[in-house]
Design a protein around this ligand. Structure first.
Ligand code: ADE
Length: 242
């Protein structure tokens, strides 16, 4: 997986991504990351990358020229045109199915905007996907790009340890993950559910499934309904909550 991030703040991307599991994946060369500074591509002699919006209004707009030349320099390294993801609250909402789909790509280019946005003409020219990470407005596209790269990276083979499965966790389907416990057996007068200490794997699996279903029902009724519709939860399992 090769990530190219077009940004005015490359150090933000590098600092964030070179930490923890993604950092280890980069060190092990399972993931390749280049944070490319859009400012390095401006032809303006003072390094300017933005200007006032035509038609007036607040804020500044990132200009087409440095973004386009930055993109062209990245594209040159590839044999085919890559997916170019522009992070914007106006995009489709990112979720696990999109992470799975994007994890199949060899190259992904992320375009991070700032100020009041980017000149529409260069977006029309290079962007293939408009993606939002949720209905709120951030100061730039860097955090959303990192959110996406984190979610995609853990689906790249080898990035997680064998004992950390990418598939069995929350949102592989519509069910939330069951609660987890570790030592000690009693903490703050609270005991670990007895069944987890029984060594009976079949009983443990049944218990965990029950707790997954309960948690989904209580915390995400919208997902609970989807899970019933898709057959992930049986009618019998649903009855318990009626
Ligand atoms: N840029 C600003 N806010 C954003 C959001 N919610 N998702 C993606 N990009 C953004």
């Amino acid at each position: 997986m090769n990530y190219y991030v077009m940004t005015l703040f490359p150090e933000m991307i590098e600092d964030g991504m070179n930490t923890s599991i993604t950092g280890r994946a980069i060190a092990r060369e399972l993931i390749h990351l280049e944070a490319v500074n859009i400012r390095d591509y401006t032809t303006e002699k003072h390094g300017k990358v933005d200007d006032y919006p035509y038609g007036g209004g607040a804020g500044m707009v990132m200009q087409a020229q440095p973004v386009y030349d930055c993109y062209k320099a990245i594209e040159e390294k590839m044999n085919s045109k890559p997916r170019v993801i522009y992070l914007t609250p106006q995009g489709s909402t990112f979720a696990q199915p999109m992470a799975k789909e994007l994890a199949q790509e060899e190259n992904l280019v992320f375009l991070c905007g700032h100020y009041e946005g980017i000149d529409e003409r260069v977006l029309e020219e290079i962007v293939t996907d408009y993606v939002s990470i949720g209905d709120y407005v951030l100061t730039g596209g860097e955090l959303p790009a990192m959110v996406m790269m984190d979610a995609i990276s853990r689906l790249v083979p080898g990035v997680l340890n064998n004992d950390m499965s990418a598939e069995t966790e929350s949102f592989s389907g519509n069910l939330l993950e069951h609660p987890q416990y570790s030592r000690p057996e009693i903490w703050n007068d609270k005991a670990v559910p007895k069944i987890l200490l029984s060594g009976d794997h079949k009983k443990v699996d049944e218990y965990r499934r029950q707790e997954s279903i309960r948690r989904t029902y209580e915390r995400r009724p919208d997902l609970f309904e989807k899970a019933v519709e898709s057959g992930e939860i049986t009618e019998k399992e649903k009855k318990v909550f009626e």
